[in-house]
Design a protein around this ligand. Sequence first.
Ligand SMILES: Cc1cc2nc3c(=O)[nH]c(=O)nc-3n(C[C@H](O)[C@H](O)[C@H](O)COP(=O)(O)O)c2cc1C
Length: 170
Amino acid sequence: MSNDAFSTLMFALDPPMVIVTVAATGGRAGCLVSFHAQSSIDPERYCVWLSKANYTYDVALQTDHLAIHFLTADDLPLAELFGSQSGDTVDKFAGLQVTEGPGGVPLLAQCPRWLAARRIALLDDGGDHVTVLTEPVTAQVSGPFTPLRLAQAAHIRPGHRYRERHHLDA
Ligand SMILES: Cc1cc2nc3c(=O)[nH]c(=O)nc-3n(C[C@H](O)[C@H](O)[C@H](O)COP(=O)(O)O)c2cc1C
């Protein structure tokens, strides 16, 4: 298969960007995510795919709740923070207004469009990202919004490269 064609197709989809947050006894974590989708209508299911390289993944393994914040074009600075820094070295939540959702999951007050969900399965097929299958618990939305899309966030250098855990050449 042509990797170029695959990349071209995937980039053309221009998915909306979200920030996934989690919390466990070790603390809070969150990262910018472009891999996410509704995966069932009845019952409602939502999947996110987390990179094994990310601090957020490590914390996500210690809790069964996560929040998915749907970003608008105005949230680019927040996308840059959560996409370019790592919780390994930085407290991304410092200075942000945060409340607690179901299971203690951190909710970013700045992003009032979110889905709080409970993890019901993990699928690790040996790739660099792991499927987190969730059951939505509660959601909030405040009116129509224009999603922040991948093309607008493509300049962000990820805090962790997806291959870091795999000892592959990047
Ligand atoms: C445009 C863009 C899309 C990204 N999509 C994902 C994704 O779908 N899943 C993921 O786990 N990380 C994704 N990342 C990477 C993380 O957001 C990034 O490595 C972050 O700094 C990790 O933070 P952490 O180590 O605190 O978890 C993306 C980054 C960018 C810039």
